[in-house]
Design a protein around this ligand. Structure first.
Ligand code: DMJ
Length: 582
């Protein structure tokens, strides 16, 4: 066991430490207050005080106030108890996971792709050889449920053992397939093995040696992208057998910005486990090129990276700036590299800071009429295009990220009293809370399913943008549009991810209420993807991140104590320990 692990037993027990002094927000009663998403409890309006001329009038008025208060209390209690208790909620989510997982086991165990409606599976690159796409991605969720479960412990243990047996007997990365996406393989498979290794040592479940061995095997194949004088900016895919890498066949060979900048947490944790400093340094090389060649923090880009980069030159290709697909986790891993090894240096926090200031200056808008805050897109860069009010569901990770950046995983009430908590962090916090609320509305405002579409467009109130198209769906609130091709739901995690972070940083029950509502909606709609969130028409596919992320974040929302200063989630919700000593 390495030294940082010895320092990191926080997840072994979920009981709050008796020594920990309760922060003011933790002492507050559990109330649901929809105005509470800033982490600052706002006092709801009390009935105006009254002065009466006669005692009779006073009595009548007093009675009226008592009746109104009693009714309000009744409604309020109904609203505050959507899930009875966190333990009941955990049990329900465990059973949902087990139901969905058992279907996969019965229909398609071991296959990389799962079609739950046709009860079939298939492999991704070669029909005979699987990559473990769903199995490896799901194991650490089962470990977390095993560790916290009151009723289903044995079932999770058996499923973990089933996966381990399959890995030993069926999973072999000597696959001479053509090309495999480096980013997806790293975040899901390498991340999955590393997290399973870490949690198996923490929770004393599973075969930690197996996970470590497999992480080393896969990591050594993937890390050849940095070896033998290879370029600083990796190409997009690899053959795991020959270790040859390939440029993307689309986009004029460009690498996606979010892809080559979302490998670092995995390689850094692996480098510590195998004591390979060079791997750590290699994983950082892309930033020197990206920032210096493009002057990324200068006024032309202002910290906002276009979504394509030519790997040989390191130059951005095009000016399309967005925090959705191909852009998202570039920003996520800037902060998370800092959080992974905060004692190391503030370099990555400073880079993150630069980008967040750019986000606030160029990408934030408000919808009409309800002023929902959104993060839009600049398709031709910040100087040559106005803000497009389109927002991918993928962008919803930004709520949690901004709140984590502001507090570094500490309770907001405590953080606000610290000398380091400045006005910039407070701005970040508020923006994160507002985005989380907007993302909740992307579910809550959809009639019928209560599930978010893949992409929304916000009403800017100008009436002069594309929103005039009459085949767009418009929410009753008037704030949200959905285009015909964007109505699907892939059971993505980003909104419940932000809700999970918001809850543990505030302990405000409003976030549990949000999460419970979304969980119920997922469950009510067959626990599969949807082709159309307005009609509920199902889609015959479950992505591995349903097991790896969505159900994990929902579950951890109802774990009462979770110390966010001790671990970092990779972009696929795999958990790594904070590396205290470098
Ligand atoms: C996941 O694979 C990861 O979270 C990735 O960073 C973005 N998209 C999916 C989930 O939506």
């Amino acid at each position: 066991m390495s030294s940082f692990e010895k320092n990191n037993n926080s997840m072994r027990s979920r009981k709050p430490s008796s020594k920990k002094k309760k922060t003011p927000s933790e002492k507050k009663p559990n109330v649901v207050d929809h105005k509470d998403t800033n982490g600052e409890r706002e006092i709801t309006n009390l009935p105006p005080s009254f002065t009466s001329k006669s005692a009779k009038k006073k009595i009548w008025s007093l009675s009226f106030v008592i009746i109104v208060l009693a009714l309000k209390l009744f409604q309020w209690q109904k609203a505050t108890v959507p899930y009875v208790s966190s333990s009941n909620a955990r049990n329900a989510i465990e059973l949902t996971f087990l139901e969905s997982w058992s279907n996969y086991v019965e229909d398609a165990f071991g296959y990389d792709v799962y079609h739950p409606l046709s009860h079939t599976g298939q492999n991704m690159v070669n029909e005979t050889k699987p990559l473990g796409w769903i199995v490896v991605d799901s194991i650490d969720t089962m470990m977390l449920m095993y560790n916290n479960s009151e009723n289903n412990k044995q079932r999770f243990k058996s499923e973990i053992e089933r996966c381990e047996k399959w890995i030993i007997e069926c999973l072999d990365y000597d696959i001479d397939h053509n090309e495999l996406n480096i980013f997806e393989t790293t975040i899901r498979m390498l991340g999955g093995f590393l997290s399973a290794y870490y949690l198996s040592t923490q929770f004393n479940v599973g075969n930690s040696t197996l996970y470590l061995d497999r992480a080393i095997d896969l990591g050594s194949r993937l890390s050849t992208i940095y070896e033998n004088g290879q370029r600083s900016i990796p190409y997009s895919s690899i053959n795991l057998f020959t270790k040859q890498t390939f440029k993307s066949h689309a986009d004029m060979g460009a690498s996606s910005t979010a892809e080559f900048t979302t490998l670092q947490l995995e390689f850094k944790y692996l480098s510590v486990l195998i004591d390979d400093v060079e791997l750590w340094e290699n994983s950082e090389r892309c930033y020197d090129v990206l920032y210096s060649v493009n002057n990324l923090l200068g006024s032309y880009y202002d910290g906002l990276a276009p979504i394509y980069v030519q790997p040989d030159s390191g130059r951005f290709q095009g000016n399309n700036i967005r925090l959705g697909s191909r852009g998202d986790s570039f920003y996520e891993y800037l902060l998370k590299q800092y959080l992974l090894s905060p004692k190391n240096s503030t370099k990555f926090y400073d880079l993150y800071r630069g980008s967040m200031e750019g986000v606030k200056r160029h990408l934030v808008g408000k919808s009409e009429p309800h002023k929902l805050t959104y993060i839009g897109e600049r398709v031709n860069g910040i100087h040559h295009s106005s803000l497009s009010p389109k927002m991918d569901h993928l962008v919803c990770f930004m709520g949690g990220l901004l709140m984590m950046g502001a507090t570094e995983g500490n309770n907001i009430t405590w953080s606000k009293k610290q000398p380091w908590f400045d006005s910039v962090r407070w701005e970040d916090w508020k923006l994160g809370a507002q985005i989380t609320k907007t993302c909740y509305h992307m579910y809550h405002d959809i009639p019928g399913t209560g599930l978010s579409p893949e992409i929304v467009v916000f009403n800017t109130g100008n009436g002069n943008n594309e929103q005039q198209q009459n085949d767009w769906w418009k929410s009753d609130s008037g704030d949200i549009y959905i285009k015909p091709l964007d109505k699907h739901n892939l059971q993505r995690p980003e909104t419940v991810e932000s809700i999970f972070f918001a809850y543990h940083l505030t302990k405000s029950n409003v976030f549990r209420k949000f999460g419970w509502e979304i969980y119920k909606n997922f469950k009510a709609h067959g626990m599969t993807s949807l082709n159309n969130v307005l009609t509920g028409e199902p889609k015959d596919n479950i992505e591995s991140f349903w097991y790896a992320e969505t159900l994990k974040y929902l579950y951890l929302l109802f774990v009462d104590e979770f110390d966010l200063t001790k671990v970092v989630f990779n972009t696929e919700a795999h958990i790594f320990p904070v590396l205290r000593e470098q």
